[in-house]
Design a protein around this ligand. Sequence first.
Ligand SMILES: [Zn+2]
Length: 79
Amino acid sequence: MNCNKKIKYPNKNAALIAVSRINSDPSNKDGKQTAYECRHHECWHTGHPKDYSDNPFVRINQIFEQKKPKKKKGKYKTN
Ligand SMILES: [Zn+2]
C-alpha cells in the first residue's frame, strides 16, 4: 500500500485519536488499525499492521528499534 494516499496526521496523538475512532466503528470490518510513524512523510498514518511490510521507511525504523544497539560503533545495516 502506498502511504502517499493515506491521511497524514501531524503527531502521534492525532493518529491515535483517529485509530480509536476507526476501531470503534462497528461498520469497520477490516480489522483493527494502528498508528505508525512514517519517516518518509515525517508524519503519522493509520493502517493495519501488515501495511508496515510495504513501507520501507517504517520497516527500517522498526528494525532499529528492535535491535537497540548498545555500544556498537560503525554504520547501521539497512537491509
Ligand atoms: Zn507516509
